[in-house]
Design a protein around this ligand. Structure first.
Ligand SMILES: Cc1cc2nc3c(=O)[nH]c(=O)nc-3n(C[C@H](O)[C@H](O)[C@H](O)COP(=O)(O)O)c2cc1C
Length: 374
């Protein structure tokens, strides 16, 4: 299954693993796939530490880094050095307090991992610059951006370092725009994907994007967690697949145990596209959190990005800690980004095993199809 992108990136299987966990990135890369570390949660210093660790694990095999650079954010919140946290309206603060009390979530006020200003700025082009600079000092094989075109500084830096740029898209128009902005590789991500996602399914989106941006290579994302799904994506014209949800229930993933249990028990009906965690539509596990924000009578409605991220991140830390203590209300509220493939995830496996099973099932599926056409 060597495609042109395998040659270009020097990877054995065109199976890309998006993960926020360095252990998953290293395990997939060492198994012959291509791990991509999501950098959003890190400061530049922390990212440097994570990438140094990965470099030590992967013995020169290629891996990548992904940053979020939204085309549109609630810029007013970032202007004039205003403290981001102070821009959260009273109604929204009160609603969170009300939710935590309604669901009996105990514990001290959460300590934000990043200061409010840091978090807000990290999801802007300016904020991502520090992460990109750090990433390009490591021997990475790809740098990816999501939620908007890669900024010119990112493209220029990557070009100078000889690193290809990938961009995630949910429509044909976005794909054309990203290529015009300098993307070397497009990840066409369907609505069934976990995380920020559009409205078009992978089956419909991928062939349209492949045709629109040819000869630029396209990876398919969204709804791919098995070899059969991988074969289908390649049949649509993709040169490889980019998976996120399937790694959340692997041994290496740092997914909180209470959330991991919910993921393993969930069906494909248990996800929802909601603005309640980040301010932009993102597919996640349906929980009391999404229900209360999206349909609750007292809900003030989610804020934009990045303010809603801040509201949700601080509350979710407290909810997560309470869920680990087994508090039932916190377990009801707890959720995480995940796609519709969650219904296929029913056991914990090493990431390496996921790679080998997908590759083996891909081979079987292709042979079965080949027999059909004889
Ligand atoms: C927990 C989680 C977090 C994600 N965060 C990001 C992110 O920060 N940046 C990004 O480009 N994509 C992110 N994504 C989307 C993935 O890169 C990928 O496109 C998606 O998971 C593919 O669909 P799948 O979930 O059906 O495998 C995230 C996905 C998940 C499941």
């Amino acid at each position: 299954m060597r495609t042109a992108i395998c040659e270009r990136l020097g990877v054995e299987f065109p199976l890309f693993a998006f993960s926020h966990c360095r252990d998953v990135v290293a395990a997939v890369t060492n198994a012959g796939g291509f791990g991509v570390l999501g950098a959003i949660a890190y400061t530049p210093e922390q990212l440097d530490t994570e990438l140094t660790w990965i470099d030590e694990q992967v013995g020169g095999r290629p891996y990548g880094v992904d940053v979020l650079v939204p085309g549109k954010v609630d810029a007013s919140a970032l202007d004039g050095g205003a403290r981001l946290a102070e821009s959260i309206p009273e109604r929204h603060r009160d609603f969170v307090t009300h939710l935590l009390s309604k669901y009996g979530v105990s514990g001290p006020a959460p300590v934000a991992r990043a200061s409010a200003d840091e978090l807000g700025r990290r999801v802007t082009a300016a904020g991502a610059t520090g992460l990109v600079e750090v990433a390009l000092k490591h021997p990475i094989g790809l740098i990816a951006s999501a939620l908007g075109p890669p900024p010119p500084e990112m493209v220029a830096g990557a070009r100078a370092a000889g690193v290809p740029v990938a961009a995630l898209v949910g429509t044909v128009e976005h794909a054309r725009r990203q290529v015009a902005a300098g993307a070397d590789l497009i990840v066409a991500q369907g609505t069934e994907a976990g995380g920020h996602t559009g409205e078009i399914s992978t089956m419909v989106l991928v062939p349209q994007v492949v045709d629109a941006v040819a000869p630029v290579p396209v990876l398919a994302a969204g709804g791919i967690a098995s070899g059969r799904q991988m074969a289908a994506a390649m049949a649509l014209g993709a040169q490889g697949v980019w998976c996120g949800s399937v790694w959340l229930t692997t041994e290496e993933a740092e997914t909180a145990p209470a959330v991991k249990r919910k993921l393993l028990a969930a069906s494909s009906l248990d996800t929802v596209r909601s603005r309640s965690r980040t301010g932009k539509p993102a597919r996640q596990l349906r929980s009391a959190w999404t229900e209360e924000w999206d349909a609750g009578q007292e809900s003030p409605g989610p804020l934009g990005m990045p303010l809603q991220m801040l509201v949700a991140e601080t509350a979710m830390q407290r909810i997560g800690q309470a869920a680990e203590r087994g508090e039932p209300g916190a377990v009801e509220l707890a959720n995480y980004f995940v796609g519709q493939v969650v219904g296929q995830l029913d056991r914990v496996r090493p990431a390496r095993e996921v790679v080998y099973e997908m590759v083996s099932e891909f081979g079987d599926a292709v042979e079965r199809l080949a027999r059909l056409s004889r």
